[in-house]
Design a protein around this ligand. Structure first.
Ligand code: COA
Length: 162
């Protein structure tokens, strides 16, 4: 399904819900590290984009990407339970990837909990590949799987005018 959500940069008014979603949908069982002050700091950081997807003026999902010299790192991505399987995460990630491409960055990395089969299926579906197992990645308590996508491989090819 094509998502009808609107994507924009997060604002301070979004911070509380983003932090709660991170706690409930991403960090459950690991302790709450993405608290409101940390989310607010991410909004203000010059090397990150915190994007939100809104539907009918309500926050449906968010994604946080950090842009480094020659790679981008997807740090957080979550969608409200009622909005899942409607293309929200695909739209968010595509928006964040476009920012990476605009900055000349061609590779995106992220980590997922090995037990998060739903997220792993999502990333596989949209062209990401699992490249390594990272034992103890989550505070030494849980293993992670490193996932990556080469954005250049799927970059549209433009024919030069002759
Ligand atoms: C993973 C998550 C972000 C996906 O968000 P979403 O908006 O539902 O994803 P989309 O609608 O864009 O899905 C695109 C495709 O990915 C695949 N996919 C998405 N969720 C899936 C699931 N639960 N099981 C299997 N495949 C899935 C499907 O092929 C889907 O297309 P389809 O619905 O037409 O079959 C969402 O389930 C979520 O917030 N989970 C909890 C937080 C989380 O795990 N975040 C990732 C941390 S690494």
């Amino acid at each position: 399904m094509i998502s009808d959500c609107q994507i924009r940069l997060a604002m301070p008014a979004d911070v509380r819900r983003i932090a709660e979603m991170s706690r409930d949908f991403i960090e459950h069982g690991l302790g709450w590290r993405w608290t409101p002050p940390r989310v607010l700091a991410a909004i203000r950081a010059p090397d990150t984009n915190l994007a939100v997807a809104c539907r009918s003026n309500r926050l449906a999902g968010f994604g946080l990407m950090q842009y480094r010299e020659d790679e981008a790192h997807l740090i957080l991505l979550a969608v409200e339970a009622a909005c899942r399987r409607t293309g929200v995460a695909t739209a968010l990630l595509s928006w964040l990837e476009q920012c990476a491409l605009t900055a000349g960055i061609g590779v995106v990395y992220l980590e997922a909990r090995t037990c998060n089969f739903e997220a792993r299926a999502f990333y596989r579906r949209i062209g990401y590949r699992e490249i390594a197992l990272v034992p103890g990645y989550y505070q030494g308590r849980e293993d992670g799987v490193r996932i990556a996508r080469d954005l250049w491989l799927q970059k549209p090819q433009y024919k030069a005018d002759t």
